[in-house]
Unconditional design. Structure first.
Length: 332
């Protein structure tokens, strides 16, 4: 049989505080499902920026749709976890599926409003965009009555789940909220090669995030922020540092050789040389150890070099011991 396309419609938020980097209104894409009690809330990914130079480069490299809503399409095609086709999305195809668009460049943490004295000409409102989207969905699309909510996201969206998981669960007190982190568990160990850090791809995660936290005015997990000194607050968006403070049930998907992690550590293609392979193998061992040390009880970590999985149409074909991520997460 031929699967029909899944079309999600754009909704722009009316909350004046929920704006993209350039001040345009943020928003989300949605398709109402046949089961009104189940929702998938997906945070879009797409890197970040941390000062005038990196944000200017981000805009100039053709990423204005990650900083502005002015040219967003009215509809989008939903694939993978956002699909309404059972073959692509066997456990959540009947849910109302929502992708909250990423246009704040702050790992979904910011509350920074542009003022005449601002050090950069951008808003950073990721945290407020999440709040406004959930409020709008509660008022207009039945999220208030949902019994089961999957809160998920990939890459920067996966990172953004860590500081927001408990806050979102508190906003939905009558729902069972479960979190699925896709490719958002980054490490802050010594890199293979130190970059210039003029732009995000040339920074280690700890360098880029620590710079961003100085301007984003981030809102993070309360327990984590209370335990971190100010210069280490960025660790509340790094998996193994942040995870012990999260109360909401959270499952981790992370490739052993995540392409974005490798890039931040100075290996920008699949490891090839002997030295690169030795570093990559050590990094994979470090990754596995952080799962154990942080107390993560739900993990799916295939030995592949890639980055993100949830919006790939064939995401259910990736298996460990004959079980797909969708199967394992559903059983968990």
């Amino acid at each position: 049989s031929v699967c029909s396309a899944t079309i999600l419609d754009l909704v722009l938020l009316k909350d004046p505080g929920a704006v993209c980097n350039d001040g345009s209104q943020a928003g989300y894409y949605i398709e109402k499902g046949s089961n009104p009690k189940t929702f998938v809330l997906y945070l879009q990914g797409g890197g970040y920026c941390f000062d005038n130079t990196s944000c200017g480069l981000r805009w100039g490299k053709g990423a204005p749709n990650l900083m502005s809503s002015l040219h967003w399409e009215k509809t989008m095609n939903g694939q993978g976890i956002l699909s309404s086709n059972a073959s692509q999305n066997p456990y959540w195809y009947e849910a109302t599926r929502v992708m909250i668009n990423y246009c704040s460049s702050d790992l979904w943490t910011g509350s920074k409003t542009l003022t005449p004295n601002s050090p950069t000409p951008w808003f950073y409102k990721g945290s407020e965009i999440i709040s406004a989207a959930i409020s709008d969905l509660k008022d207009n699309y039945g999220l208030r009555e949902a019994t089961d909510v999957l809160f998920t996201g990939s890459s920067a969206g996966g990172i953004g789940l860590l500081p927001n998981a408990d806050r979102v669960a508190e906003m939905l007190p009558t729902s069972k909220v479960t979190v699925l982190v896709d490719s958002g568990w980054f490490l802050d160990f010594k890199p293979y090669k130190q970059g210039s850090c003029k732009d995000v791809p040339d920074c280690t995660e700890q360098q880029g995030m620590s710079r961003g936290y100085k301007i984003w005015e981030p809102i993070v997990n309360k327990g984590c922020s209370a335990s971190m000194p100010p210069d280490k607050l960025y660790q509340c968006t790094l998996g193994y540092h942040a995870f012990p403070f999260i109360k909401t049930d959270t499952f981790i998907f992370q490739y052993q050789f995540d392409g974005a992690q490798m890039g931040h550590d100075g290996i920008h293609e699949s490891p090839k040389s002997g030295a690169e392979l030795i570093y990559a193998q050590k990094a994979a061992k470090n990754l596995t150890e952080t799962f154990r040390s942080s107390g993560a009880k739900g993990v799916f970590s295939p030995s592949c070099y890639f980055h993100t999985v949830l919006r790939v149409p064939s995401w259910t074909s990736l298996k460990i011991a004959g079980k797909s991520l969708a199967d394992v997460f559903h059983m968990w």
